[in-house]
Design a protein around this ligand. Sequence first.
Ligand SMILES: *[C@@H]1O[C@H](CO)[C@@H](O)[C@H](O)[C@H]1NC(C)=O
Ligand SMILES: *[C@@H]1O[C@H](CO)[C@@H](O)[C@H](O)[C@H]1NC(C)=O
Ligand SMILES: [Zn+2]
Length: 533
Amino acid sequence: MLSSQRQFLLPILGLLALAGPAFGGVKEVHDVYELSGQPAIQPRFSTDVANGKYTPPEEMDPQFWYSLADEEITKRLALPQPSSLKAKNVIMFLGDGMPLATVAAARILKGQRQGKTGEESSLSFERFPYTGLSRTYCSNAQVPDSACTATAYLCGVKTNIINIGVSAAVNYNNCTASQDPANRLTSIAEWAQNAGKSTGIVTTTTLTHASPSGAYAKTANRMWECDSDVTSYGADASTCIDMATQLVTQTPGKNFEIMFGGGMGKFLPKSITDSHGKAGERSDGVNLLGRWQGLHDGGVLVTNRDQLLSVNVSRVSSIIGLFQSKLMNFHMDADETYQPTLSELTEVAIKKLSQNEEGYFVFIEGGLIDYGNHYTQPGYALDEALEFEKAIQLARDLTNIEDTLIVVTADHGHAVSIAGYPGRGTPILGINQHDTDLNGVKYAVLNYAAGPNQYLDETGQRLPLEDILVSDDAIAPSYIAKEQGVHSGEDVGIWASGPQSHLFTGVMQQSTIPHLMAYASCIGSGQKLCDRA
Ligand SMILES: *[C@@H]1O[C@H](CO)[C@@H](O)[C@H](O)[C@H]1NC(C)=O
Ligand SMILES: *[C@@H]1O[C@H](CO)[C@@H](O)[C@H](O)[C@H]1NC(C)=O
Ligand SMILES: [Zn+2]
């Protein structure tokens, strides 16, 4: 299911994320819980940190914590009363496979990249005023996949694992059942379109990957991305419509004004070489991109960063961007001149969609966090999480906090842990200096339940990792030998900012999330803010 494609080097930093707030900064005060306490020294090079024996000197003074607590109380007291403001725009950010352990590790890495200890750092969305927890199990699964969870957080209904956009009455690979109108669901993208809003999807995976597909597809198998995939799973591709075809020809996909991601091959026949030099994957001979252009007067196809950034959004009706043949590359490996960052995709998407006076709904996914965790390469997962948090900061800066609701969440966790009492400031991708196993061998800070490398010698003893965990792409140790890491079943976080964000608190079913977004923006068929007196 996972294909590795790491062709390039050199990261690009989201300079855009440094842009000032577009909304005058007044409300920002109420919407931010930034911890101001930061270590006075740059401990990164301290031998005490290296030995796991560092305490920031200012933290030895209780007054440091009293002041910090006072600041945090004051910020909470300054929160405005829940307002009656309606969300004209809704931006949903989805960190695929981003458990709270990955969020905490990413914030530590963020601080450590700035030369600090890291634990005290904050991600952009952690400054949002309201947080909740999302229960992620699916109808037939204790631990879910990205398909049934996408159905929950975009269509508002829990279903079976591997299903997208159809109810739990549909069983695996059963096309007949998926075509029964009684089993087919609508997504918040369709609810938004029915209210006259613009819609779009953005992902770092493929446009036909499970998460973005929740916005438009109805399928009994998430793997049916193009007709060749349908056939390879034993279904009839002439009657069982693949997801790329659904996206281009059916409601609501055909009405999306923004579609950014990878997966160009799913839209082109095998006889055509795509913009990235690879052959298309379709067996039916259909060029879906030609078809899309025929259906979209003023629509434009872009396939690299320069093309994307040179689009004048006022002059096009819609944009489809397909930036790789398959998945997009990890940010850490990507050619910065060729593949746009998630922040760049986010900026163009918001600029285009915000032209609609009626507002918009856009789904934006950091889809490769999950891949980093599956590969048990936390350096990739955390770098992707940091790209994700930059895009969220940019989205908050580009939009008005009084009319744009931003909801950040994950679809499911991953079985990764931060464990074993490492000292303050210990490199998050490194080794815990404080503890050993029963044989006196030190162990990593980050460990996975399952994955390819157990790092055992021939007698089953753990190997020392000092020479192994040395690069950002190192494979972390795992307990159960498997080709890949596995998802986990604990709750994931929800972080919200903007109109009605106070509703995104407490422990909720994942399937409630789109209904809350619909309530806030007065769309869909359920309860709406606008229906209240
Ligand atoms: C597919 O679903 C239908 C119900 O829609 C059911 O009658 C049929 O037995 C299912 N087929 C398989 C192979 O499970
Ligand atoms: C984009 O197009 C609009 C409308 O044609 C035009 O007014 C504007 O100057 C263009 N912007 C740029 C940067 O070319
Ligand atoms: Zn996954």
